[in-house]
Design a protein around this ligand. Structure first.
Ligand code: PGA
Length: 230
């Protein structure tokens, strides 16, 4: 299983250090085949030692340059960061990142051999139109994306389940993952959206779920490690 924690705009450099220290102690008990990823805010990026991989929540597709407010490859190289989250719905929706921009980022960081957690997910009005619309919408988010990239992990995160406390039902997750698996059979597929200690077991037991991407419930190290060790 893959357990990924997305801190979003939470935690500081100091609290991230304390978190990772505490987490690493807990990870002694983790199954060796399980993988843990942490995506802290950019100000907390650093070289950390432990049984986890630290990645960046975002980066611009440049080595360096004049892109105010963004970071590029040079800033990630400093800390040996080789993992990136691309296409998160908050970047697509709140920051208006187009599919074109998302796919440019993908191609750039793929060329740099990064491990990419690529996020897809539909808004509520599409889910309400029925399953066909959902799958059609999700497939459009594959535009310009190399689905055969060997360092690719996909995270399916229905937007209406993110940060709302209302996870998709196990049936909704099962049917969506199984449809996605037909398109991308060999790519690890995570579920994200209100994953928490109370529902982790039922979600990771669903066939076609290879792991989880967790926001709110990852902010507390006890809660996140409880899920990893569940
Ligand atoms: P959530 O966020 O766990 O708070 O719903 C998930 C995500 O956005 O990755």
């Amino acid at each position: 299983m893959i357990y990924a924690a997305n801190f979003k705009t939470n935690h500081t450099r100091k609290s991230t250090q304390a978190y990772l220290e505490a987490l690493n102690k807990k990870l002694d008990a983790k199954k060796s085949e399980d993988k843990v990823y942490i995506f802290p805010p950019m100000t907390a990026l650093d070289i950390y030692e432990g049984a986890f991989t630290v990645g960046t929540q975002n980066a611009y597709p440049v080595h360096n340059g004049a892109i105010t407010g963004e970071i590029g490859l040079e800033q990630l190289d400093e800390f040996d960061i080789k993992t990136i989250l691309i296409g998160h719905s908050e970047r697509r929706e709140v920051l208006n990142e187009s599919q074109d921009k998302v796919s440019q980022k993908f191609s750039f960081y793929k060329a740099e051999n990064f491990e990419i957690i690529y996020c897809i997910g539909e808004p509520l009005h599409i889910r309400e139109q029925g399953f066909e619309s959902v799958i059609h919408y999700l497939r459009e988010q594959f535009d310009g994306i190399d689905m055969h990239y060997e360092k690719l992990i996909i995270a399916y995160e229905p937007i209406w389940a993110i940060g709302t406390g209302r996870s998709a039902t196990t049936d909704e997750i099962r049917t969506t993952h199984s449809a996605l698996k037909q398109v991308i059979p060999d790519v690890p597929l995570l579920y994200g959206g209100s994953v928490k200690p109370a529902n982790i077991k039922e979600i990771t037991e669903i066939s076609g779920v290879d792991g989880v991407l967790v926001g709110s419930a990852s902010l507390d190290v006890e809660s996140f490690s409880q899920m990893v060790l569940s």
